[in-house]
Design a protein around this ligand. Structure first.
Ligand code: FPP
Length: 250
């Protein structure tokens, strides 16, 4: 049976590992638009403040000893937004990658990205590749930005990769297992997320890491993303530490 204690800050199970920090945290950063609307500001201002919250989340995860942080920064579906909003999001991403690079180098953060990255404007692709290359030797937090990312698209790309390997004789179909298939996903280098955080109170996956979140613990807060801070992350991690993870066992 699937247990989903939505919005729950209280443990749904007995305490088993009180001080466990999730190794991999994934976040659906939602509510930038509503944050702006509540203040009579343009949506882009919500995104700008959302980028500040990204910086806070990266720092907080680094300080808490999280190894991997995956942020849903731009989905495959986000291309449907008005062109001016898409442009503003790409501008913020580009600026973040350029302006924060030195700080990320100092903080030992390693940049990575998943998604159909060639969809991004050339300047963003360049900033992204530069950030990835320059931080490749860092050994602290790995920050994985999901950009032009969709879980279904990733699975389709994974299937195509499997088919190519079978056709080229590198893979025997009889040997395909979930672990083998995982090696054909964008995320093959990293463990699956342990904890999924979603802001703004929505209870949806929104096409995020559909394969990888199979056994993640969910934590949802009504707070809007631009207001998310270190104490929220600590609260999420405290709730995570109270969960009993059975991975389908008893
Ligand atoms: C969801 O809020 C958020 C996004 C679609 C984009 C997330 C982008 C950022 C946090 C800023 C830039 C990112 C980086 C990595 C610097 P929404 O617009 O869907 O909010 P709403 O549901 O209230 O309308």
């Amino acid at each position: 049976m699937v247990e989903f204690d939505s919005m729950a800050l209280q443990p749904s199970s007995p305490v088993v590992q009180p001080s466990v920090v999730p190794r991999h945290v994934a976040i659906i950063m939602d509510g930038n638009g509503r944050w702006a609307a509540q203040r009579g500001l343009p949506r882009t201002e919500g995104h700008r403040r959302g980028a500040d919250a990204v910086q806070r989340a990266v720092e907080a995860c680094g300080e808490m000893g999280v190894d991997f942080l995956t942020l849903y920064a731009f989905s495959s579906e986000n291309w449907k937004r008005p062109p001016a909003e898409v442009e503003a999001l790409m501008f913020l991403l580009d600026r973040f990658l350029r302006n924060k690079l030195d700080e990320m180098l100092k903080k030992n953060v390693r940049f990575q990205a998943i998604g159909r990255l060639t969809d991004l404007p050339t300047s963003c692709q360049e900033s992204l590749h530069r950030a990835i290359e320059r931080t490749a030797g860092n050994t602290g937090l790995t920050l994985i930005l999901a950009l032009s990312y969709g879980g279904r698209e990733e699975i389709v790309d994974g299937v195509k990769s499997v088919v190519r390997d079978v056709q080229d004789g590198r893979l025997d179909p009889a040997t395909i297992t979930p672990d083998v298939f995982s090696q054909h996903l964008y995320t093959r280098h990293w463990p699956d997320p342990d904890l999924l955080i979603r802001t703004s109170g929505e209870l949806r996956l929104s096409n995020f890491l559909l394969w990888q979140l199979s056994y993640a613990e969910f934590w949802v807060t009504p707070k809007l993303w631009p207001d998310f801070n270190k104490s929220d992350l600590e609260e999420a991690c405290a709730a995570f530490a109270q969960r009993e993870r059975r991975f389908g066992g008893v």
